[in-house]
Design a protein around this ligand. Sequence first.
Ligand code: URA
Length: 236
Amino acid sequence: MIRLDKYLADMGVGTRTEVKRLIRQGMVTVDGAAEKSADRKIDECKTHVRVGGKEISYAEFEYYMLNKPAGVVSATEDGRDRTVLDLLEGRKRRDLFPVGRLDKDTEGLLLITNDGGLAHRLLSPKKHVDKTYYAKVHGHVTEETARQFASGIDIGERQEEWTMPARLQIVEAGEISEVRLTIQEGKYHQVKRMFQAAGMEVLYLRRESFGPLTLDETLPLGGFRKLTKEELEFLL
Ligand code: URA
């Protein structure tokens, strides 16, 4: 059971203040009868709510996959930069947020949802959720780098901060190397700091997968779509 004004705000009818006004104006009906109290408790699974005659059905959670471009920040609001939520054109819900962060210059898969429980489960290091990144790095990546990453590497600046075992796949080794790196944590700037600790610099970074989700290659940079039923089943 939730309050009528929250139901309408969650479904993007307006802000809490705007929907309260609509309710006061008698624009909202609950099971066919005009309802003037915003705190009326309703059953989101059973009750029929209409605004100006239009049925507003309730979906508790929404899940989107975004192909994040460089230059936008993984936040819900930012005084200066565009955020990943600004890219979700037509977005009505106000309670969406990105699950974890990609750096401003990192591209790739970002999950956006309003399901706080799922976000918590996916971000917990204890859950060992794989995140795979494709990276171009300045420096010659070798099997020794892979061994270092597999056993954990100290990325601390002032005191020791060891990473959990990570898998490094060398795609191409050279002065500039290309790799895929799978980690199960999300420490601040983790991939960049791991390569830095190994004496290399990340030049380009893109997340290709997150748990069971793989970046949809048909999504252009900045493009997004709802998760499919199958993706959701894997995720939940
Ligand atoms: N590691 C980084 O260094 N940056 C990211 O954006 C993600 C992982």
